[in-house]
Design a protein around this ligand. Structure first.
Ligand code: PFF
Length: 468
C-alpha cells in the first residue's frame, strides 16, 4: 500500500539529507565525544561501531520497511502489522512529543550563543563581552524572559519548515543545511586540531583503554554505547518509520540503512574532533552536559582572541543546524499521526489544510511544553520536581529516552514479521543481500541490546550504580 497523501521525497539525495539531518543532532555534538572519552576512548568506539552494524543497521532497516510498506505515520504503521500493536506506535508517538519541548529550548540556547558571538565580533553590547562563561550561562538559563523568547523562536522556525511539507519544506531545507553543516564542521575541526596542546584532546578520544572492560566494566560500556547509538540514530521514536513512509518504492532501503548510520557515526567522530582538542588545549574539563557546550566551549572561544567570536559563531550556528534538522523530524513524526487521523475522517480533504491543521495543533502543545521547561531554567528556578529528577528536562527525557524508546524498539524488533521486511526490500528488482544477517540480529541481538539499554538508562537516571 503506497500512500502519498502527505508527501514524498523527490530524490534519493533529498531523503538522505533529511534522514541524516534527523539523526545528526545535539546528541552527536556533545554526547558522543564526551561518552567516548569517559568510556575507554577507542574501546568505546569499537563497541559503538559493532552495535551500529548489529543493531543500528537492522532496526533502521526494519523501521524504514515498516514505514514504507504502510505509507502511514507510526501509530497506523504498527496497526498495519496487527491492530493490537497500536500501543507500540503510541509509545513512539509520545517520545518525540516529550522530547520536542526541551530540544527546542536547547536549540534556542544555540541561537542565543550564535548571536552573542556575532555581537562580540562587532563589539556590540549584546555580545558576551569577556564575561565569565559560567556566570553568563547561569544568567541566561535562569532568565525566563530570554529563554522563553529563544525557545519560541526556535519552535516557530521548526513549524515554518514542517508546514512547507515533505519535499517543499523538510527536503528543501535539509538539502542546503546539511552540506553547510559539514563545511562549517570541517572549518572548526581545522582550527581545533591546530591549537597548541590539541593532541591531548585527540588522545582523550582515541587512546585505547581496555581496562574499562574489566569486571562489570564491559557491560557498563556496552550499555553506554548502546544508549548513545540508539538515540543518535533516532530509533524507537517514529522518525525513521515516518521518513520511510515518504520513500519511493524504487528506493533501495538496505543501501540507505547503511548510509544513514555510517554518516551519523562519521559526523559524531568529527564533532569530537571539533570539540575535544579545543577543550584540552585550553586546559578545561571535558565533562559533558549543557556545561560542555555552553560554558567550556564559550571559554575556549574567548581565549582565542580576535578570531574567537568567528569560530564561536560557526560552532553554535552549526549546532543550531544540527538541532533544527532533528526538531523538524521530531515534529513531522508527531504530526503525521494526526494527519493520518484527519485523512481517515475525510479522505478528500485538502492535503495542505490537513497538514497545516495537524502541525499547528502539535505546535500548540510544544509551545506549552517549551515555555514550561524554559521557565524551569534547568531546575534552578524553584519549580517543584518529580521522580527524583533535578529538572523537568531530565523528567521528560527519562520518560522518553529512558523508558518508552528502548521498550518500544525492543517490542518492534520482536514483533515485526521478517516476511514483511523481506517483501518490502525486494520490490522493483532490489535485492536483500543481508537477509540472513538481518533475520538473526533483529530477533536475537537487537531485543537483548534494547533491554540492556533500558537497564542502563534507568541506572543513569536514578543513579542506582548497577553498572558501577
Ligand atoms: N538523533 C538526534 C540527536 O542525536 O540529537 C535527535 C534525538 C533523538 C534527540 C532521540 C533525542 C533523542 F532522545
Amino acid at each position: 500500500m503506497e500512500n502519498h497523501n502527505k508527501g514524498q521525497w523527490s530524490s534519493s539525495f533529498g531523503f538522505l539529507m533529511a534522514a541524516i539531518g534527523s539523526a545528526v543532532g545535539l546528541g552527536n555534538l556533545w554526547g558522543f565525544p564526551y561518552k567516548m572519552g569517559m568510556n575507554g576512548g577507542f574501546a568505546f568506539l569499537l563497541l559503538y561501531l559493532i552495535l551500529v552494524v548489529l543493531v543500528g543497521f537492522v532496526i533502521t532497516t526494519g523501521e524504514l520497511a515498516l514505514g514504507r510498506r504502510s505509507g502511514k505515520g507510526v501509530v497506523d504503521a504498527f496497526k498495519s502489522i496487527d491492530k493490537k500493536y497500536g500501543f507500540i506506535g503510541w509509545f513512539a508517538w509520545i517520545s518525540p512529543l516529550l522530547i520536542l519541548g526541551f530540544y527546542c529550548m536547547l536549540g534556542g540556547y544555540c541561537m542565543k550563543y550564535a548571536i552573542a558571538n556575532l555581537g562580540d565580533l562587532f563589539g556590540a553590547s549584546w555580545g558576551v563581552n569577556g564575561a565569565d562563561s559560567g556566570e553568563y550561562f547561569a544568567g541566561f538559563y535562569t532568565d525566563q524572559f530570554q529563554t522563553v523568547l529563544f525557545t519560541v523562536i526556535f519552535i516557530l522556525l521548526t513549524v515554518l519548515i514542517v508546514k512547507g511539507g515533505v519535499s517543499g519544506g523538510i527536503e528543501k531545507f535539509t538539502k542546503v543545511a546539511m552540506p553547510a553543516l559539514f563545511v562549517m564542521l570541517v572549518i572548526v575541526i581545522i582550527r581545533s586540531v591546530t591549537l597548541p596542546g590539541a593532541a591531548e584532546g585527540i588522545a582523550f578520544m582515541f587512546k585505547p583503554n581496555w581496562e574499562v572492560f574489566q569486571g562489570s566494566g564491559f557491560i557498563s560500556v556496552l550499555a553506554a554505547a548502546g544508549g548513545q547509538m540508539f538515540s543518535s540514530l533516532s530509533l524507537g521514536m517514529g522518525i525513521t518509520v515516518t521518513y520511510g513512509s515518504y520513500m519511493k518504492k524504487t528506493e533501495d532501503i538496505e543501501r540507505n540503512a547503511i548510509i544513514v548510520p555510517l554518516a551519523d557515526t562519521i559526523i559524531a567522530i568529527m564533532a569530537g574532533l571539533a570539540v575535544m582538542p579545543a577543550v584540552f588545549a585550553s586546559g578545561l574539563d571535558p565533562a559533558g552536559g549543557p556545561g560542555l557546550l555552553f560554558v567550556t566551549l564559550q571559554t575556549v572561544f574567548q581565549a582565542m582572541g580576535g578570531f574567537g567570536p568567528i569560530f564561536g559563531f560557526l560552532l553554535y550556528a552549526l549546532v543550531f543546524i544540527a538541532a533544527i534538522t532533528s526538531s523538524i523530524a521530531l515534529l513531522e513524526a508527531v504530526s503525521s499521526v494526526i494527519m493520518d487521523r484527519e485523512l481517515e475522517k475525510n479522505p478528500n480533504a485538502d492535503k495542505k489544510s490537513v497538514r497545516n491543521k495537524s502541525v499547528f495543533l502539535v505546535s500548540a502543545i510544544i509551545l506549552l511544553e517549551g515555555i514550561f521547561v524554559s521557565v524551569d531554567g534547568l531546575g534552578a528556578n524553584g519549580l517543584p520536581q518529580i521522580f527524583g529528577q533535578g529538572c523537568w528536562l531530565d523528567t521528560f527525557d527519562l520518560i522518553s529516552e529512558g523508558i518508552l524508546m528502548p521498550l518500544g524498539a525492543c517490542y518492534m524488533a520482536i514483533i515485526l514479521p521478517n516476511a514483511f521486511v523481506d517483501e518490502e526490500l525486494t520490490l522493483e528488482g532490489n535485492r536483500f543481500r543481508t537477509r540472513r544477517f538481518y533475520d538473526f540480529c533483529i530477533k536475537f541481538i537487537a531485543p537483548l541490546m534494547m533491554v540492556l539499554v533500558l537497564l542502563g538508562q534507568i541506572d543513569t537516571f536514578f543513579k542506582l550504580g548497577i553498572f558501577g
